[in-house]
Design a protein around this ligand. Structure first.
Ligand code: ATP
Length: 452
């Protein structure tokens, strides 16, 4: 009874619809004698309802799960974007912050009892004057503020806000540091005497220092290689470094000439410190004339800075132990303009002249850069003739001729390089203009005409 009452109340609309049906004289099922769903039908109806509700519930849960997943996804995206915004904001701040002034730490100021006095240091700015400035220990590690360290200073207060990387970093100042170069003496054509001499003064002190000690002889501190560009000065220095398993450090003299006062001298100091750190090492200073040209009385401020750099170079060489594991090789195309102070005994006291290769040497260089380098050659290629045709050419030019001939053979889709390619390459590399610059003999000029 109770059940039927509840049905009445919950399905009143259905009941009235049922009454309507009754009025029309329709057939009724066994459980509908009183016009209301009861008995089996009632439970069937309830079960239907329950199923529908469960289905609806299931769908709602699935939707809820989907919404929760989507929410989690959007939440993670939000966090990611927030992080990105922060990063971009810091980058923007960095980009829009005013530039720093570069300075060099002269000394740290200490308190009376040895404690640091208010975090202060004496810094020389890149424009010259010295300042007593403060630094923020939160931004700068006080241990890094050693004399000579390069720092960035704020424009307004000149406070030290960052310590700059050392110039010892080869990438900063265009140095070339090769642990052991893969150049052998066999890769040098000609230059027998020069190789012997370099071996004596650079290789022996590194590989057999006891020989010098036994006799009580001090090896030359530094060697100067002079000669035209491309005659193999760098090649020779690299070969010695390879033989002695020394680190090869190459710096070009012009790189040591800096714009600001004291910068070049600091670079020279750091260069020698790097050479000592990497010992055994060979420090090769190319284009030495850029930094060590003869001093003049009425120099401009720029010249005075170059001189300062040279004086630092001299000081470093003077303070060097000639029996140590660092050897210095300088190279220049203009020995005539070098300052005599550089060439006095105890400095670059051994000068080795690297000549332009003679015919025999040219023959060897051709062989090195073709046959030995794995280039495929046609049968008729005669190096004797090629050497005769390249009078006054340097090693670098012969290398360029070989490469050019090879390139031409590739262009012509040939499987080997022939004489025609070499002749074409000689004509191209040692063009008429260049040949006259080199001061070629009348005979070789005639040969030039031959190619025209
Ligand atoms: P620069 O004064 O311009 O620095 P350099 O005298 O140091 O010139 P290198 O850089 O040694 O000349 O030579 C350039 C290239 O020429 C070398 O890499 C080498 O391939 C070739 N070369 C020069 N001389 C010789 C040689 N005697 N034997 C073999 N190859 C040589």
């Amino acid at each position: 009874m109770k059940a039927s009452t509840s049905i009445n109340s919950s399905t009143g609309a259905e009941a009235s619809a049922g009454a309507g049906t009754r009025g029309s004289g329709g057939t009724r099922g066994s459980g509908e004698s009183c016009g209301k769903p009861c008995g089996e039908n009632y439970f069937g109806h309830l079960q239907d309802k329950m199923r529908q509700l469960e289905e609806a519930n299931y769908k709602l849960r699935a939707r809820l799960g989907k919404i929760e997943r989507e929410w989690r996804y959007y939440e993670s995206m939000r966090v990611r974007y927030e992080r990105e915004i922060k990063k971009l904001q810091t980058e923007l701040e960095k980009l829009s912050s005013p530039p720093l002034i570069v300075g060099t730490v002269v000394e740290r100021i200490e308190g009376t009892d040895g404690a640091e006095a208010d975090n202060r240091v004496v810094v020389r700015s890149s424009t010259g004057p010295r300042f007593v400035v403060t630094y923020a220990p939160q931004l700068v590690d006080p241990r890094e503020l050693a004399p000579g360290a390069q720092v960035g200073m704020s424009q307004q207060s000149l406070a030290v806000v960052s310590v700059l990387p050392s110039a010892k970093d080869p990438s900063v100042h265009g140095m070339e540091v090769i642990e052991t170069p893969c150049v052998d003496y066999k890769m040098i054509g000609g230059l027998r005497e020069q190789v012997e001499e370099v071996r004596e003064v650079v290789e022996l002190p590194l590989t057999a220092p006891e020989r010098f000690e036994r006799v009580g002889v001090v090896p030359p501190k530094a060697v100067l290689l002079t000669g035209l560009p491309g005659t193999g000065k760098t090649l020779l220095a690299k070969a010695v470094a390879n033989r002695t398993s020394a680190t090869f450090i190459r710096v070009v003299g012009s790189e040591l000439v800096q714009k600001y006062i004291g910068e070049g001298a600091r670079l020279v100091r750091e260069l020698f410190a790097l050479a000592k750190e990497k010992a055994p090492s060979i420090l090769f200073i190319d284009e030495l004339d850029a930094v060590a040209a003869r001093r003049t009385e009425d120099g401009t401020s720029g010249e005075r800075e170059v001189q300062r750099t040279m004086l630092q170079l001299l000081a470093e060489i003077d303070g060097f132990d000639p029996r140590g594991e660092v050897r210095i090789i300088g190279a220049t195309n203009r020995p005539d303009i070098l300052d005599p102070a550089l060439l006095r005994p105890g400095r670059f006291d051994r000068v080795i002249e690297i000549p332009v290769p003679d015919r025999e040497a040219r023959l060897e260089i051709f062989r090195i850069h073709t046959h030995k380098a794995g280039m495929k050659l046609e049968k008729g290629v005669n190096f004797e003739n090629l050497a005769a045709l390249t009078e006054n050419a340097t090693g670098a030019e012969i290398k360029a001729i070989s490469t050019e001939a090879g390139m031409l053979a590739v262009k012509r889709n040939k499987s080997a390089v022939g004489t025609a390619e070499f002749v074409h390459a000689i004509k191209k590399i040692l063009g008429e203009e260049q040949r006259s610059c080199l001061g070629l003999s009348a005979k070789s000029k005639e040969m030039g005409v031959m190619f025209a």
